[in-house]
Design a protein around this ligand. Structure first.
Ligand code: MRU
Length: 341
């Protein structure tokens, strides 16, 4: 288990990703409200990690409820899950994990050790995510050739998951296999997940990485620098349309124009069998303050109007394939994605 999220003596410890790479500070979550705050204020982020954190949040919520009342009903579970789900709408892993926790409650309801049972389920979700990442990374590493320069956007690393990572997991596995690779990491305005998190993760392992603003994608695809693009995902529709960090769509257009393979690395928990196309995905809009300010420093005219959509949808036509723990999914996506479920 990695050290960016762990459970100890009844407390959930989360490495505060807002402070990285400068400080390693842990936020302690003692109840579901603490978890909700940590998700909303970006202490933690990344689709698979949001699911895992929400699962532990359910354990804390049920424990609180039982302290107050000694018993917990299905309606209480639904209420706790709703509050955790009302944080960020786009990453499906969050809702997937909440459903798994509700199923676990139905299995264990009435048990005297209910909290321990639910904790076991949350730990299983956490461990399984790491195993899935390792597996998909082995499949993905097969696609990487010696000498490749791979562009990645946002942070789809250990920090965004239970551990090891999805897109960065593939790069890790290729590096571990002795392949000579270079990575181009985009800054990822305005939260700078690329500058602060991806660069930090890769440099710790000696994987060569160069940081660029994401508006360099067109240039670096056109001049032959980038040989592959691999990103993570927040939600994938049955037809392969994929929501990921805003800017991914723009990068996919540059890759398509110059016939550069564009892969999405994601566990099966990021596929949403209930939606057919990307048009059904809710795109989170965050506070415009996050665009107008860098920490507390104003970057524009004080009263300027600004908007910040945290994700965009890359149409399946721009995607070469999906790297999952069940193998590489190629076209026709609709047929092969349906077979995952
Ligand atoms: O806003 P964030 O930082 O939660 O967005 C994260 C991303 O878009 C990641 O690329 C995605 O969740 C995949 S993480 C394995």
């Amino acid at each position: 288990m990695t050290d960016h999220i762990y459970w100890k003596n009844g407390v959930l410890y989360l490495l505060d990703q807002r402070e990285l790479p400068f400080k390693k500070i842990y936020v302690k979550c003692r109840n579901a409200a603490d978890v909700i705050t940590a998700i909303n204020n970006m202490t933690v982020r990344g689709a698979p990690l949001l699911g895992i954190v929400a699962a532990y949040g359910m354990v804390l919520g049920v424990r609180e409820r039982m302290k107050a009342n000694r018993s917990v009903a299905a309606a209480d579970i639904d209420r706790i899950a709703k509050k955790l789900g009302d944080t960020r709408p786009t990453a499906v892993n969050l809702f997937w994990a909440l459903e798994k926790m509700k199923d676990a409650f139905r299995r264990y309801a009435g048990d005297t050790d209910l909290v321990e049972d639910l904790l076991g389920e949350a730990l299983a979700i956490h461990v399984e995510d790491i195993e899935n990442n390792r597996m998909l990374s082995l499949y993905g590493a097969e696609l990487i050739h010696d000498g490749d320069t791979i562009l990645t956007h946002c942070n789809a690393g250990a920090l965004a998951t239970g551990g090891y990572g999805t897109a960065l997991g593939v790069l890790r596995a290729a590096h571990e296999a002795g392949k000579n690779i270079k990575v181009i990491a985009t800054e990822t305005r305005p939260y700078m997940q690329g500058s602060r998190l991806t660069v930090w993760e890769l440099m710790q392992e000696g994987i060569p990485v160069v940081l660029v603003p994401e508006n360099h994608a067109g240039l670096l695809c056109s001049n032959g620098t980038v040989t592959k693009v691999i990103t993570g995902a927040d939600r994938i529709a049955l037809n392969g349309d994929t929501a990921n960090k805003v800017g991914t769509f723009m990068i996919s257009l540059a890759a398509r124009e110059f016939k550069i393979p564009f892969y999405i690395a994601a566990p099966v928990s990021t596929f949403d069998a209930s939606i057919h196309t990307g048009g059904e995905i809710v795109i989170e809009e965050r506070d415009s303050r996050e665009v107008k300010y860098l920490d507390d420093r104003l970057l524009t005219v004080k009263d300027a109007k600004a908007r910040y959509f945290a994700f965009d949808v890359t149409p399946s036509g721009n995607i070469t394939g999906f790297i999952t723990e069940k193998g590489i999914i190629q076209k026709p996506f609709k047929k092969y994605i349906s077979m995952l479920f």
